[in-house]
Design a protein around this ligand. Sequence first.
Ligand code: NAD
Length: 496
Amino acid sequence: MTYPTYHNLIGGQWLPATSGKTMLNLNPADQSDVIGAFPSSHAEDVAAAVAAAKQAFATWRLVPAPKRAEILLRAHDILVQNKEKFARDMTREMGKVLAETRGDVQEAIDEALYVVGEGRRLFGVTTPSELPDKFAMSVRMPVGVVGLITPWNFPMAIPSWKLFPALVAGNTCVIKPATDTPLSTYNLVQALVDAGLPPGVVNIVCGTGSTAGAALVEHPDVRAISFTGSSSVGSLVAQRAAATFKQVSLEMGGKNAQIVLDDANLDLALDGALWGAFGTTGQRCTATSRILLQKGVAAEFTERFVARAKKLKVGNGLDESVEVGPQVNANQIETSARYVEIALAEGAKLLCGGHALTGGAHTHGNFFEPTVFAGVTPQMRIAREEVFGPVVALMEFATFEEAVAIANSIDYGLSTSLYTRNVNRAFAAMRDLEAGITYINAPTIGAEVHLPFGGVKHTGNGHREGLGALDFFTTWKAVYVDYSDKLQRAQIDNAE
Ligand code: NAD
C-alpha cells in the first residue's frame, strides 16, 4: 500500500526528522489503512523548531494585533471551505463519527472567529496613580515561544484552542500533536500557512511524548507549556517544566457525573446520558462516566438506558449510519477491557457490553461494545478512575445532598450535570458541585469555545481555555509615565 510521508514544519520548511525515522498513522476502524508516515522526532528537531520560533518572535511580536487577527480570519475561511475534507481526514485517523468530526472542525472555526475579535481588544487596564502628574496602565505582552502539547481526542479543536489565542497575542509556537492524530493538526497548521502566517511563527514537531514532548517541556527557550492530556503525564510535565520556571497550563482527565433526580424529565435525561456516555466512544475528557440515579427513577432509567445502549450501531465512523466509532488504538481497547475485569471483581453488575467487538465489519478495527455497569458504589475503582472508553457506571442515591457528595468524592473535577425541574436544587448544584463546568438539564459534554474550559482538583492547575486563554498566553506589564518633571517616590512622597 502506498501512503504519503509528512514532515515537520520548522521555520517555514517541511523537513524530515533528523533521525530519518517515521511513525505510521493508522485508521482505528481499519488498521490495514495507513493514513501516512509522520516524523519520529527527537530533541534536536525540537531544538531547531524552538530556534525558528525564537527568531520569528522578534518580528511577529511587533505585528499589530489586528493584523495578526486578519491572518486568523483568513485561516477561518480556509477551514470553512475545507470543513468536510478535514472532517473525513479526522474520522479516518481518529475514528469518531463524521457528525462529530464535523463538530471538531467547527469548533476550530468558532475558536478562530472568537479570537479574531481579540485582535482589536486585548484589553489592558488604566488606573489612577497615587502621585500627581503620573499616568499608570497595564498592558498585555506576549510570553515568547510557547510549547503546545495536545491529545488525540479533539485533534483539531484542542490545537485551535491553543494556537489561535497564542498567535493573536503575539507569541510564536511549537506544537507537538498526539502520535495517533497528527494529520488533523497538519490540516489546521496548513490553513494558517496558506492564510499567510510568516515562517517560524508556527512550527510542528511530531514524535512521541517521551522524546519530542519531553524535549519541548525541557527546552530553556520555551517560556510556557500548554498541555492537554492525562493527569499522570500532566503531573510529569509540570514537574519537568518547573526546572526552567515555565508557565504551565494543564487540562487533564475527568470522571464526570450526570445526576438524575426523581423530578427530572426522564426522556431528556436518557438522551443526555446516552450522548454523554457514548458520544466520541466515551473518549472525551468530559464524557459521562458516572450516572447517579435517585432511587425513584433508578429502575426505569436503567432499563431504558440499557435497552438503548444495546441498540447503538458500532462501526466505521465514515458510515453515516454508525453511532459509535472505534476506540483510537489497541491500548484503549485493553484499558476498557481491564476496567471491565476490575469492575466485575469489585462486585459491579454488568448489564450490557463488556467485550471488544471482533469479526465481520469489526475485524480490522479497535471496537468495544457500549458497556453499562449497575450496582456501582463510590469506593469502586470504576467509580473513581478515568476509563476513557464506552464504559459507564450507574450508581444510586437517596437524597440530593448524597448525590452531590458522591459526585465530589473523586480526584477529578471537570464536568458535571444535573437533571431536575427544581430550580432550588439546580442553583445549589451550580454552587456545590466541585467542577470547572456544570450543566443543568444538559449532558456533561458540549462546551462552547467562548466560555472558560477547564477543571479543578486533578483535572487542572487553575488555568482555562476559551475565556481565560489570553490570561495564559499573555503576561502583564505595568507601565508608569511620570510627567511631573521631578522625582516622585511611591509610598513615601504621598504619605501625609
Ligand atoms: P496523554 O497524556 O497520554 O498524552 C497527551 C500528550 O502528551 C500527547 O501529545 C503525548 O505524546 C504527550 N506526552 C506524553 N508523555 C509526555 C511527556 N513525558 N512529556 C511531554 N509530553 C508527553 O493523553 P492522551 O491519551 O493523548 O489523551 C487522553 C487524556 O487527555 C485523557 O486523560 C483525557 O481526559 C485528557 N483530555 C483532557 C482534556 C481537557 O481539556 N481537560 C481534553 C481532552 C483530553
